[in-house]
Design a binder for this molecule. Structure first.
Ligand SMILES: Cc1ncc(COP(=O)(O)O)c(C=O)c1O
Length: 354
C-alpha cells in the first residue's frame, strides 16, 4: 500500500464513493461556440470586465503561479475561497458527522472549532504549553490522537499567540501519525516569520496538508484566495467537495496581478516593513505601564497582556481603535495587528492613557 493510499483510508468512505459534479468548463476543452452552460452570450448591463461566462473551476494559470510561489506542483494545489474554505473542506472530507474528531492546540485560530461544529465533528484539545512560550506538546498530541481523530490542526505562526511551532517537532508528529491522522499546518502568517514553509514536505509526507493564503502578506484579504497544498490524491478528493466555480473572474485577475514579479516584490517589501514595524511596536508597548507582557511574535500581530483587558478594549473603542480581545483564551490579553505608522501610533497613544 502506498502512503497516499493510507491517507485516502482516512477520507470519509461516502466522499470517496461520490461521483463529483462535472461542471461544464471541466468537460469542454477547446470549444469555439459555448452553448453548454446556459450562460447569457453577453453581459447586458456591464461591458467590462466580461462576466457572462463561468470561470475555470481551478484556473490553470493561477494554480501554476501558486505552485511556483509555494515550491510545489500544480497537482498539489487547490485554490479555495480564503484558507477558511480549506479548513472547512478538510473537515467535510475527512470527518464523519457524529463519529470523527479533529484535534486542536489552543489557544489557536477559532475557525477550526467552528467548522468542526458545522460538520458535527468532535473537537479534542491539547493546549500549547504557555510556560514554554506556547510550545507544542507533541507527546500529548500523539497520546490524544486516537483513531477517531482524523485531522490535527496546527497553526504556525500561531494565532493569537504569534509564535512559530517547532518545525522538527511538527514534522516528527506528522510522521508518527502517518497512517492515523492528517496533520493540517496553517501557515497564514509564515511570510512574516523568516522560517521556510513546510509545503515542500508534502511530497514525502502524504498525511501533511499545508494551508496558505493571499490574505496577509499579499494584502488580498478582500479577494478571498487561499491555497490548500496536499498530496495529489487528496487534492483530487477535495475537488469533489469544493463548489464548482470557487474563483470569480475579478478575483482571478487580482490574484494573477499579485503573483507577477512586481506583485511578489511588493509583498516581500511589505513583509519587511511590517516585521520592522512589529519590533518597534513591541518595544514601545513594553514600556507602557498598562502593558504587562508582549509575547514574541513571528506574525503581523502582537499578543499583549494588559492589566485590564476590558478597560483597554473600551478605551480603544472610545477612540475608534479596534483590537481583538483574546482574554477568554489567554487571560488579560488583547491581540493587536501591526498597522501603518499612524495606526501603530494610535495604538500606543490609547494604551498610554489606560
Ligand atoms: C491562522 C489563520 N488561518 C486562516 C485564516 C483565514 O484566512 P483567509 O483570509 O485565507 O480565509 C486566518 C484569518 O485571520 C488566520 O488567522
Amino acid at each position: 500500500m502506498s502512503t497516499a493510499d493510507s491517507v485516502l483510508k482516512l477520507v470519509r468512505p461516502d466522499i470517496l464513493a461520490l461521483t463529483a459534479y462535472s461542471s461544464a468548463r471541466k468537460e469542454a476543452k477547446g470549444g469555439r461556440v459555448w452553448l453548454d452552460a446556459n450562460e447569457n452570450p453577453e453581459t447586458p448591463s456591464v461591458r467590462r470586465p466580461l462576466l457572462n461566462r463561468y470561470p475555470e473551476p481551478q484556473p490553470v494559470d493561477l494554480v501554476a503561479r501558486l505552485a511556483a510561489l509555494y515550491g510545489v506542483t500544480s497537482a498539489q494545489v487547490l485554490v479555495t475561497r480564503g484558507s477558511d474554505e480549506g479548513i472547512d473542506l478538510l473537515q467535510r472530507t475527512f470527518c464523519r458527522a457524529g463519529q470523527d474528531a479533529i484535534l486542536i492546540t489552543p489557544p489557536t485560530y477559532g475557525m477550526y472549532v467552528v467548522a468542526a461544529g458545522i460538520q458535527g465533528a468532535r473537537t479534542v484539545t491539547v493546549p500549547l504549553v504557555r510556560e514554554r512560550n506556547f510550545a507544542l506538546d507533541a507527546d500529548a498530541v500523539l497520546r490524544a490522537a486516537t483513531s477517531e481523530v482524523k485531522l490535527v490542526f496546527l497553526c504556525s505562526p500561531n494565532n493569537p499567540t504569534g509564535g512559530l511551532l517547532d518545525r522538527a517537532a511538527v514534522l516528527a508528529l506528522v510522521r508518527a501519525l502517518a497512517t492515523r491522522s492528517v496533520v493540517a499546518v496553517d501557515e497564514a502568517y509564515v511570510d512574516f516569520s523568516g522560517q521556510p514553509s513546510l509545503a515542500a514536505e508534502v511530497t514525502s509526507n502524504p498525511n501533511l496538508i499545508v494551508l496558505r493564503t493571499l490574505s496577509k502578506v499579499h494584502g488580498l484579504a478582500g479577494a478571498r484566495v487561499g491555497t490548500t497544498i496536499a498530496d495529489p490524491a487528496v487534492i483530487a478528493v477535495l475537488q469533489k467537495v469544493i463548489a464548482p466555480y470557487p474563483v470569480p473572474t475579478p478575483v482571478l485577475q487580482a490574484a494573477l496581478a499579485a503573483l507577477t514579479p512586481t506583485g511578489l516584490a511588493a509583498a516581500r517589501d511589505s513583509a519587511a516593513t511590517l516585521v520592522a514595524a512589529r519590533s518597534r511596536l513591541a518595544a514601545a508597548l513594553a514600556k507602557l505601564p498598562a502593558v504587562k507582557r508582549v509575547w514574541p511574535s513571528d506574525a503581523n500581530y502582537l499578543l499583549v497582556e494588559v492589566a485590564d483587558s476590558a478597560g483597554a478594549m473600551a478605551a480603544g473603542r472610545a477612540a475608534g481603535v479596534v483590537w481583538r480581545d483574546r482574554s477568554k483564551d489567554v487571560p488579560h490579553s488583547i491581540r493587536i495587528t501591526v498597522g501603518t505608522a499612524e495606526e501603530n501610533n494610535a495604538t500606543l497613544e490609547v494604551l498610554s492613557r489606560v
